[in-house]
Design a protein around this ligand. Structure first.
Ligand code: ZN
Length: 160
C-alpha cells in the first residue's frame, strides 16, 4: 500500500522549500494520484514555480512483470541481481558474499500485478491531466539503462 496523500504531500512541500531546490528539482515517483497533482499545483503556485516537463517513461506491463519477477537480492550484503539480465554466477548464491539471494515479496508476480493495477487506476490518469497542460514527454523505457538515459536527456533537451 502506498503512503496516504496527506503524509506524502507534506513531505514534498517541506522538501521543495529547502534552498537547494531554488534552481530547480526533479520529482521522481510523485505525484502518483490526481489529488496529489492538484495539491502540487497549489503548492507550486504559492511558490511561484512552474513545472517544465512531465516525463512519462513507458514500459509494457508484460515487460515490467518480466523485469520485476527476475529480481533477486542478497540480504547479507545488499547486492542485487536479475535472473535474465544480471544473474549470479552460481544459481541463487551471491557473487560477493556467498549468501543465498532471495526474491523480495515486493517483486513477486502477484505483488507486481497489484501495483500495476494501482498504477493504471490512480497514476496513469496523470498522463492526461498533464497532457492537457502540454507538459508530457513520453519516452520508451528500453532494456538497457543507458539507452533510456539517452532518450530521457534527448527528450529534456528538446523542451529546453
Ligand atoms: Zn551478498
Amino acid at each position: 500500500m502506498l503512503v496516504p496523500d496527506e503524509v506524502t504531500i507534506g513531505i514534498v512541500k517541506d522538501r521543495l522549500q529547502q534552498t537547494d531546490c531554488k534552481n530547480g528539482f526533479i520529482l521522481d515517483g510523485f505525484p502518483r494520484t490526481i489529488p496529489q497533482a492538484e495539491y502540487l499545483d497549489q503548492v507550486l503556485k504559492e511558490m511561484g514555480v512552474g513545472l517544465d516537463v512531465v516525463l512519462n517513461i513507458h514500459v509494457e506491463d508484460s515487460e515490467i512483470i518480466k523485469r520485476m519477477s527476475g529480481r533477486r537480492v542478497c540480504l547479507a550484503c545488499g547486492a542485487s541481481y536479475h535472473t535474465l539480465y544480471n544473474p549470479t554466477k552460481t544459481e541463487d548464491v551471491c557473487d560477493n558474499c556467498k549468501s543465498n539471494v532471495i526474491q523480495r515479496d515486493d517483486d513477486k508476480e502477484e505483488t507486481v500485478l497489484n501495483r500495476l493495477k494501482t498504477y493504471h487506476d490512480q497514476t496513469e490518469p496523470l498522463i492526461n491531466f498533464y497532457g492537457k497542460k502540454g507538459k508530457v514527454v513520453t519516452v520508451e523505457g528500453q532494456d538497457k539503462i543507458e539507452d533510456t538515459t539517452k532518450a530521457v536527456i534527448a527528450a529534456l533537451n528538446s523542451r529546453s
